[in-house]
Design a binder for this molecule. Structure first.
Ligand SMILES: [Zn+2]
Length: 336
């Protein structure tokens, strides 16, 4: 079923302008979306998965549809209100407004996502009547994008219900089976980290997706571009050489053998902001190395996780301090 046509937009320049670099990810994503595959973006936290998914929605053309909150097309109503055939107001909805985010968590229910049968209305109108159905969040993404963040944190029951929706366009809610329209792009994410409470994604559900890998920015230059574009600026100067060093240090930690969890791009943004704040509070016009070092412990320590064998001998704070020293020594060595 072709629900969205990206054939023109993907040939005209860079479609995913909200993401700096990561050409391989963009190419894979374009290829999958062009043929309307469901995608699962795999990558560590804080690499821009949400930004990328929102960028997909922004590429969708404006839609003239019913003003019912479910983007119903006159000839393809999906919500109970429009299915009664009542005359509806029309409105134009932008692609970016047809983006629905669902946060995967262990307490998320099938009813939250797919919908629920109202037992009183079911008695009045009959159990299979659409009047008795109150649509869940997924319906708001009709003709748009469902962004299911951290799908691997959703309970197994919900994962099974989603599988049924993606396979058959139906869901079983209690004793009832209801049609769920699948006229949306389904973008899910999963975090490969083993450190959070995650359910394993069932193989059968995984089989419904194409996996797109998303990594940290390709180069320090790309990361600095992201950090300076997204981070807050206050009126102090951040010397380029110091920013290079700070980001360079964060990037070396990502390949460190002693770390289970590496610092994200959000961490780099935090350092950029906090170093400026420290300089400002010290009433200086520009950031110094000390401002950055002072920010490290508060911004970085809790965002990394040491391997158990290492955490037995030192705290993350001690680890960070040692690594800063070693990094600075290497930098000085490189300058000689
Ligand atoms: Zn509707």
């Amino acid at each position: 079923m072709v629900v969205h046509d990206f054939s023109k937009v993907f040939l005209n320049g860079d479609a995913f302008t909200d993401i700096i670099g990561l050409e391989h990810t963009k190419k894979q994503l374009k290829s999958a979306l062009l043929v309307n595959r469901h995608v699962l973006i795999m990558g560590p936290p804080g690499v821009g998965k949400t930004t990328l998914a929102k960028n997909i929605a922004r590429l969708l053309p404006d839609l003239s549809c019913h003003d019912c909150g479910f983007n119903c097309l006159p000839d393809k109503p999906v919500c109970p209100q429009c299915m009664t055939g009542k005359k509806q107001q029309r409105k134009t909805v932008k692609g970016s407004d047809r983006f629905v985010r669902i946060q995967g968590s262990p307490d998320l229910t099938v009813e939250d996502v797919l919908g629920d049968i109202d037992p009183i209305k079911a008695l009045t109108f009959g159990p299979t009547s659409f009047e008795a159905f109150s649509p869940g969040k997924i319906f708001r993404a009709n003709n748009g994008v469902v962004f299911f963040d951290e799908i691997n944190r959703a309970p197994e029951k919900l994962q099974n219900a989603l599988l049924q929706v993606l396979e058959e366009g139906k869901a079983t809610l209690g004793a009832y089976t209801v049609d769920i329209p699948t006229n949306f792009i389904f973008v899910a994410t999963a975090n490969p980290s083993k450190s959070t409470t995650t359910e394993e994604l069932a193989d059968v559900l995984l089989d419904r997706f194409d996996i797109i890998h998303m990594r940290y920015p390709d180069t320090a230059g790309d990361e600095i571009t992201i950090v300076t574009a997204k981070g807050k600026k206050i009126p102090v100067e951040f010397p380029a050489e110091l920013l290079n060093r700070a980001i360079g240090f964060v990037r070396t930690l990502r390949t460190h053998k002693d770390l289970l969890r590496a610092p994200s791009v959000r961490c780099s943004i935090g350092l950029y902001e906090r170093a400026q704040a420290n300089a400002y509070l010290a009433q200086r016009k520009h950031v110094t190395l000390e401002d950055i070092t002072d920010a490290f412990i508060s911004v970085l320590s809790h965002r990394i996780q040491l391997k158990p064998a290492v955490s037995y001998t030192k705290s993350t704070e001690e680890f960070v301090k040692e690594e800063i020293k070693a990094f600075d020594a290497r930098q000085r060595g490189g300058c000689l």
